[in-house]
Design a binder for this molecule. Sequence first.
Ligand code: ADP
Length: 303
Amino acid sequence: MEYVLETMSLCKSYRHFKALNGLDMHIPKGAIYGFVGKNGAGKTTLIRLICGLQPPTSGEFTLYGAKNTCGDIYKARRRVGAVIETPSVYLSMTARENLKQQYRVLGLPDFNGIDELLTLVGLSDTGRKKVKNFSLGMRQRLGIAIALCGDPDMLILDEPTNGLDPQGIIEIRELILDLNQKRGITVLISSHILDELSRLATHYGFIDNGRLVKEISAQELETLCRKCARVTVSDISALALILDKTGLEYKILDNKTADIYAHPNITKLTLALADVGCELLGFEERNESLESFFISLVGGERQ
Ligand code: ADP
């Protein structure tokens, strides 16, 4: 397998505290790599190291085949765009002015491509509006557009949906999928929101206390875990009777809710429930498996 990023026993200490403690990570070319960990696990630290904002204490990594200790690493880093923590944007400028500024920083010969970028991230109609009047989601998308200015092959996004409303989250998700599928951009996306990641990631790396405790492809994870459907009904015992008859495995959570570990036919289920006077109040497909998998790896409640 061809890896865009490979880290070998990477360590980063802040005084006596080991934020990264022998981390081994492998990001395949073309992946959307979900970097999962509780707050404080070391995700941002790894990203800072990759981007050259801080040096490792020990260990090494290769980015596009270039070792972090070799001169080639600067060239490799030019193939990477990143949005770390909050995007760095000029609040008193428009979206277009922000992009022009980044083009100047990168020394690009002309401003061709800015229109395409604005369209790509859905900001083409913001005209003279200054960034300080943008929503958080718009700022985040502008941050991604800035990261895309050098036409990178890899994009690093640190908690890109943090604090966004549901619409903002959907827009960022669609943008990431688009960039990955249409432009072939490899994406490293750190998050502690598992539900969101599970809609995107092709690979996962689980980090805990500065160590990568597991790396797994979404496909492998799927075969390891089970998806479930969470149903809410007016009469839980009626639901239990019906599920017992169909032989589906389930778990009752409270007097209205149960998880069914299969993909039940909703029409049949609704009709069967209606026959016994029970209403189907809610139906939600859940990827709880990812969450349980994460908890089984790192233990405890996630933050
Ligand atoms: P995450 O991104 O997973 O939430 P971070 O990489 O930001 O975690 O932080 C990992 C740990 O390192 C945390 O305990 C944090 O307090 C600590 N840390 C991060 N940066 C510094 C720093 N500059 N100085 C001291 N400790 C730090």
